[in-house]
Design a protein around this ligand. Structure first.
Ligand code: THU
Length: 133
C-alpha cells in the first residue's frame, strides 16, 4: 500500500462525510501493521462541539476491531487547496497508540507530505501509570 493509494482511499472516504454545518468534507484512511485499512469521515452535529473528525472516526473503527498497531494515516479534504493536517484533539487521540505513526496529507494525491505524529505533537500527554499498548 503506497502513500498515494492510502490517500486515494481517504479521498473516497470523504464521500461518507456528514458535514451540513461546515460543508468541509474530510476522509481518513488508516493502515494497520496487520495490513488492514480502516477509513472514516467527519460527522458533525447541531451541537457543533460534538463533531467527530475523520481521523478519530477511522481510528475508532480500527481500535474497536482489536487493532492497536498503526503504520500510516492519510487525510484528505477533496476540493480544497491546503493539506488537512489532523487537529490537536486527533493528534492526542492518535498519540495514545504510538508517536511513530506516519501522517500523510496534501492538496491532492500529487502533492503529498509526510510527518510523524511525534513531529506533529511533541510531548503528547501520557498517564504516568501507562505501561504499554
Ligand atoms: N475536521 C476533520 O474531520 N479533520 C481535520 O483534520 C480537521 C477538521 C472536520 C471537523 C469538522 O467537521 C470540519 O472538519 C470543519 O472543522
Amino acid at each position: 500500500m503506497t502513500d498515494v493509494e492510502l490517500y486515494q482511499l481517504a479521498e473516497e472516504a470523504a464521500g461518507g462525510a456528514y458535514a451540513p454545518y461546515s460543508g468541509y468534507l474530510v476522509g481518513a484512511a488508516l493502515l494497520t501493521a496487520s495490513g488492514k485499512v480502516y477509513t472514516g469521515a467527519n460527522v458533525e452535529n447541531a451541537s457543533y462541539g460534538a463533531a467527530i473528525c475523520a481521523e478519530r472516526a477511522a481510528a475508532l473503527k480500527a481500535v474497536a476491531d482489536g487493532e492497536r498497531a498503526f503504520l500510516s494515516m492519510a487525510v484528505a479534504a477533496p476540493g480544497t487547496n491546503a493539506p488537512a493536517w489532523p487537529c490537536g484533539i486527533c493528534r492526542q487521540f492518535l498519540f495514545e497508540f504510538g508517536e511513530g505513526l506516519r501522517i500523510v496529507a496534501g492538496a491532492g494525491a500529487g502533492s503529498l507530505s509526510v510527518r510523524t505524529l511525534a513531529e506533529l505533537l511533541p510531548h503528547g500527554f501520557r498517564l504516568e501509570k501507562y505501561e504499554g499498548y
